[in-house]
Write a protein that binds this ligand. Sequence first.
Ligand code: SF4
Length: 115
Amino acid sequence: MSHDPTRWRHLSPTADDPLSQRGWQGEAACRTLPPELFFPGGRTGPAVELAEAAKAVCARCPVTEACLHYALDTNQEYGVWGGTTEDERRPLRAAYRRRSDPGADPSEIARGAAS
Ligand code: SF4
């Protein structure tokens, strides 16, 4: 796999995206890792191992909550974001949509979806 940071795009919203002003992307543990790790492209075999490896990176990332919030805010359907796979985010997204407060804490939502 390449470590070319120019290929790292999944946390690079456009400059006119207000979420890019938050600055959390600069703290991302995955900042210099290949995007393929976070977009394993499947749900079986090697893709499962890649997703688990990506989640291990997320587990030591200082901006996990902001990342998950971003993924839910922007409806990211694919890849690992905030320590969650697309399958794990699906119920979170549904819970997130039900919330009227767009600033709701994604950790609270995750706890609510898990209960
Ligand atoms: S939580 Fe994971 S995907 Fe999000 S910025 Fe951190 S390492 Fe990257």
